[in-house]
Design a protein. Structure first.
Length: 128
């Protein structure tokens, strides 16, 4: 039995039918203020997304602080992490979060074996 996803008591279909400014009422205060101030910017981004999706182009953005709204669910957005664009498929559980949270800017540090001269015992070994 698959559970239906609810965001603050609303289904995805109900959220997709409401305006971005109405969706802001379900967010926390900082995100709500950002969404209300930048609603026109987000509307422009969504209209560009729909155009690019029809053509079949990749949707790319550098705007990591943009909040994920219900109209973005199902899209694959390429988010810049400082070096490259990382493809992220938007799912309902991401609603209300920022795009940058899903495109990490730093890699995990992985160290290999120490080189010659790194320890006192390896300094005595010949280089051959």
């Amino acid at each position: 039995m698959v559970r239906e996803f609810l965001y603050r008591g609303k289904t995805i279909e109900e959220l997709k039918n409401i305006d971005i400014r109405e969706f802001a009422k379900y967010l926390k205060s900082r995100d709500r203020r950002y969404l209300l101030r930048q609603s026109s910017h987000i509307q422009k981004f969504l209209s560009k997304c729909k155009e690019k999706e029809k053509i079949g182009k990749k949707i790319k953005t550098h705007d990591r602080k943009m909040i994920i709204v219900p109209e973005m669910v199902g899209l694959t957005i390429h988010i810049h992490n400082g070096k490259e664009f990382v493809a992220i498929k938007i799912i309902p559980e991401m609603l209300g979060r920022k795009l940058g949270e899903f495109s990490m800017t730093r890699k995990k540090v992985e160290h290999s074996a120490p080189g010659i001269g790194a320890t006192r015992s390896s300094a005595a070994l010949s280089v051959k």
